[in-house]
Design a protein around this ligand. Structure first.
Ligand code: SF4
Ligand code: SF4
Length: 358
């Protein structure tokens, strides 16, 4: 694949080009107070250029710098919001279905694992299974990815095959080697048009070498040292090991933060409300770690916390592949970072694999 070179100013230039060329709203990571959110980026001054995120299990800080960018929010917040109004009914019983599509949207600076999470949703919600998702998804007219040459401490995308480089499902990708060297690559004909409009020069052999050295290091850092198939088969064998699952989940408080921040967790419940003189039906996310998730008429099907944590992990690595032929975990590390007690999904799968592998 042909690589191109530019500097930080070219990222800003490309933001302006795609916005103008595609006549679209740009969504991506942006600074919000002392944190980062995934939201509408009104102007290039909001791009998180001078931002660096430090994250560890149960720890997240945004500081000034030039490096890794991530947030608890992801494109899920746009494509599959926490709360979606489905329809309203007025007093004459007229039903108003809400328009759930968006103006044309460009996802800008999203991570390779974010693209993988969108692929998971596309498979889950394809064939019109969820028209609300599909309406929003069809609004996306361009995807610009930022590769992770400086990945977060909790990322394991290399093991999951989802990063740290952009692999598919993107139009243009960029990677910050340093402030004066940003590598670009086109992933589609749209990406090639953007490269031409931005007048980017071909990268030199030396540029490519510098990029590849950092990329190899990033792959090494994001590799757990276990094959994902080994993780999958170990987890399958561990299902009845109650003692093990109690142990790995013993600190869990059942807050379901992990579900809320996970870019592939989609479980939802339907609730009805009254707004003014109209009845409103709402779909909202509910996490499988929360107590109420398993509370049904006649009892509770996962009363003990370890069964809920076990389900979360098994769903990602064992059940999703059976359902959609893709892993439900993209290795983004969000569940680890935003867990208030710092439960680390990498440690969980390593613990299970060390007992049940081979
Ligand atoms: S399970 Fe955790 S690491 Fe995997 S995709 Fe969800 S939040 Fe990311
Ligand atoms: S975020 Fe941590 S404490 Fe909260 S439910 Fe998930 S694993 Fe348990």
């Amino acid at each position: 694949m042909q690589l191109y070179r530019g500097g930080i100013e070219d990222i800003i230039n490309i933001y302006n080009i795609v916005k103008e060329f595609l006549k679209a709203d740009v969504y991506g990571y942006k600074r919000y107070g002392n944190s980062l959110v995934f939201d509408f980026i009104e102007s290039s001054s909001e791009l998180p250029i001078d931002v660096h995120v430090v994250q560890r299990p149960g720890f997240y800080r945004v500081s000034r710098g030039f490096g890794f960018i991530h947030s608890s929010h992801s494109p899920k917040n746009l494509l599959y919001p926490f709360k979606q109004e489905l329809f309203r009914v007025d007093q004459e019983l007229n039903i108003k279905t809400l328009e759930n599509s968006l103006k044309p949207v460009i996802l800008f600076g999203i991570k390779p694992c974010d693209v993988a999470a969108i692929n998971v949703f596309d498979k889950l919600f394809g064939n019109n299974f969820n028209p609300y998702y599909l309406n929003r998804r069809r609004s996306v007219v361009g995807i610009v990815v930022e590769e992770c040459l400086n990945p977060g401490e909790t990322c394991f995308c290399s093991t999951m095959g989802t990063g740290p480089d952009a692999r598919n499902g993107f139009d243009l990708a960029f990677a910050k080697v340093d402030r004066d060297l940003v590598i670009f690559k086109a992933g589609s004909s749209l990406g090639e048009k953007i490269v031409a409009k931005a007048n980017l020069q071909k990268a030199s052999d030396d540029d490519v070498k510098r990029y590849e050295i950092l990329l190899e290091e990033a792959k090494r850092k994001t590799n757990l040292g276990i094959g994902v198939e080994d993780i999958q088969t170990s987890l399958e064998k561990s299902i009845t090991d109650v003692e093990l699952w109690r142990k790995v989940s013993e600190k869990c408080v059942g807050c379901a933060n992990c579900n809320m921040v996970c870019p592939t967790c989609f479980c939802s419940e339907i609730v009805d409300d009254v707004v003014g003189d109209e009845a409103v039906r709402i779909m909202q996310l509910i996490g499988c770690l929360s107590y109420t998730y398993g509370l049904v008429a006649g009892g509770h099907f996962r009363k003990e916390l370890y069964t809920r944590y076990r389900h979360f992990i098994l769903h990602k690595f064992v059940f999703y592949p059976k359902q959609i032929d893709l892993f439900g975990c993209v290795g983004c590390g969000r569940c680890t970072v935003w867990c208030p007690v710092g439960i680390d999904i990498r440690e969980t799968v390593k613990t299970v694999a060390s007992r049940y592998r081979g």
